[in-house]
Design a protein around this ligand. Structure first.
Ligand SMILES: Cc1cc2nc3c(=O)[nH]c(=O)nc-3n(C[C@H](O)[C@H](O)[C@H](O)COP(=O)(O)OP(=O)(O)OC[C@H]3O[C@@H](n4cnc5c(N)ncnc54)[C@H](O)[C@@H]3O)c2cc1C
Length: 525
């Protein structure tokens, strides 16, 4: 347990002295922030919102000097206990005030941002110059920050061609436990952060650390020219094995910018969202605006209303691709290749889902609740392709063994899938259960959508079932050799490392955070 010293009096006053009283929150005001999508943490002493990197440094130095542990909250879009307090009396540092885009250097091909900038804000600023980052954000990018995603390992937009979040960063400015600033990439040599590699990869060290090694203050990401043209394409598959084989083969050829795949349970949830979105003229206009031409845009809108619902509710598994190119001929050639690979595996269906995703890549947080207002928590494992069929069978058997209990309590699961590079497969399972929503949901779900959903009362039995399912599935993944992104405190890491790498990770942690006050418990450290 972390010792909590002096939190009620002078330390809080001194923290407020750094950020100003308006940027220090205590008591009930903390409820929406000290909760992630899944659950609430122990009660922190306070949350502070630094407005500059200098303030961030001063806060970290003051807290650790006073023996106060701290965690960092980016956009708060995670669900693995990564930023919620482990122990009472911790300090929560909210990065939303550090959201500046510092420089867009088009000549040298990079952008430098403060870590609290959202992916949506970054995309908009770069688009004004016809630029983008290679990986350009998770679906949660309306709130999720560049710092949070780099800390967790994140996939989605741009991942098919350019890899995960960690593959799209050059340099970081890290605040270490004593409040000093450590620079990585070429900036470690006191020159501009124009490249990542100069000796050992110090930038890579801080990717996926869940904040356990220090606080990311600023970072520099590569930028590339935006491709002017894109088209969506979707397929339905009769079986999991056919879908997986199709994804494996397509991933090997690196054809598309972005893809994702869904089972029937999640597709129908998705459709519920689309019905809602489709009711709005704004969404139709949005599809039109982002379509390659007015004609194809109109076709998409018509398809959205007509054919997709029937096709999607009939499909067991579906894959969705967003393909980019310099011109339509290139895009069509890429689509042709995807169709050729899928011959004999699946059939093409209306590409409504990826069209909607591309029109609104960073949607409001509808999905943090189920289609009938249920609570939602996802978990996942990353598997080598050869281990996927066995895991899938084991998961189906697992679901069957729990069916009676889940049915009785109204608990259900759906799955989402993605390829990671050419070798890895992300198998994500979303658990839904009827239960009370939290202050977190009240603060992030759009009010009009919330008003349209049924409300559920406090449901300890369903919650216990969902929590046990989550724990058992984390174990099931591990027994099949899966690893994880977004480790936080929810997935085992230190416990799974061999002695030599574990000793190295512990030595690095001790060097950067000798008293263990930064994000205690994250990564199992
Ligand atoms: C609706 C929805 C859709 C999602 N879609 C995707 C998706 O498409 N792909 C995907 O991979 N994930 C997805 N996620 C999960 C999540 O949004 C991402 O992992 C995202 O990257 C989290 O970023 P954040 O800024 O919200 O981080 P937070 O949740 O605030 O923090 C995550 C972790 O990073 C640490 N951290 C945050 N900022 C810093 C910093 N500056 N320095 C040090 N440590 C820091 C925190 O302490 C914590 O351990 C989704 C979540 C939701 C709710």
């Amino acid at each position: 347990m972390t010792e909590t010293i002096d939190v009620a009096g002078s330390t809080l006053e001194r923290l407020a002295g750094i950020v100003g009283a308006a940027n220090l929150l205590t008591g009930d005001a903390l409820a929406p922030y000290n909760s992630d999508v899944f659950r609430a943490g122990a009660v922190p002493a306070a949350m502070v919102r630094p407005q500059s990197v200098e303030q961030l440094q001063a806060l970290v130095a003051l807290a650790t000097g006073a023996g106060m542990a701290l965690t960092v909250r980016g956009g708060g879009a995670s669900y693995t206990d990564g930023y919620i307090a482990r122990d009472e009396g911790q300090l929560l540092i909210d990065m939303s005030g550090l959201n500046r885009i510092i420089t867009i250097d088009a000549v040298n091909g990079h952008v430098t941002v403060e870590a609290g900038v959202t992916w949506a804000a970054l995309r908009e600023a770069l688009a004004a110059q016809d630029l983008r980052t290679p990986f350009w954000g998770p679906f949660s990018g309306l709130r999720a920050t560049v710092g949070g995603s780099m800390s967790q390992h994140t996939i989605s937009h741009g991942s098919a061609l350019y890899g995960i979040s960690a593959d799209s960063v050059l340099s970081m400015d890290i605040v270490t436990a004593d409040g000093s600033l450590l620079r990585t990439g070429t900036a470690a040599a006191g020159v501009a952060p124009f490249m990542r590699h100069f000796g050992p990869d110090l930038t890579g060290l801080f990717t996926g650390d869940c904040g356990a090694l220090g606080v990311k203050a600023r970072m520099t990401l590569p930028v590339i020219a935006r491709r002017p043209t894109h088209r969506p394409i979707s397929f339905a598959f009769p079986s999991f094995d056919a879908m997986h084989e199709s994804m494996r083969l397509i991933a090997r050829e690196r054809i598309e910018d972005t893809h994702f795949a869904l089972d029937a349970a999640l597709s129908q949830g998705q459709i519920a969202r689309q019905d809602r979105a489709g009711a709005s003229i704004g969404m139709a206009l949005s599809i039109l605006r982002s379509s390659p031409s007015i004609v194809s845009g109109l076709q998409q809108v018509v398809k959205a209303g007509l054919s997709a619902r029937r096709q999607i509710s009939a499909a067991k598994y579906m894959t969705h691709y967003i393909v980019e190119g310099f011109d339509d001929a290139e895009v069509r050639a890429r689509l042709h290749r995807i169709r050729a690979i899928n011959e004999g595996l699946g059939r093409e269906i209306a590409a409504t889902v990826p069209a909607v995703v591309r029109a609104m890549p960073f949607a409001p947080f509808y999905n943090v609740l189920g289609p009938a207002g249920e609570r939602w928590v996802p978990l996942h494992g990353n598997l080598p392709h050869s281990a996927v069929p066995d895991f899938h069978k084991a998961y189906m058997a697992f679901l069957q063994s729990r069916e009676a209990e889940m049915k009785a309590l109204g608990v259900w699961c759906g799955s989402m899938f993605g390829a990671i590079g050419s070798g890895g497969f992300l198998y994500e399972i979303a658990i839904y259960w009827p239960d009370e929503i939290s202050a977190y949901h009240e603060s992030v779900v759009p009010a009009d959508y919330m008003a349209s959903l049924p409300r559920h009362g406090d449901n300890p039995a369903a919650r216990a079932c969902a929590t046990q399912l989550k724990a058992d599935l984390v174990d099931l993944f591990a027994t099949h050799g899966a690893t994880n992104f977004q480790l936080g405190r929810a997935y085992p890491y230190a416990d799974r490392l061999e002695p030599a790498p574990l000793a190295l990770v512990k030595a690095i942690k001790a060097q950067l955070d000798p008293t263990g006050l930064i994000a205690p418990g994250n990564l199992g450290l």
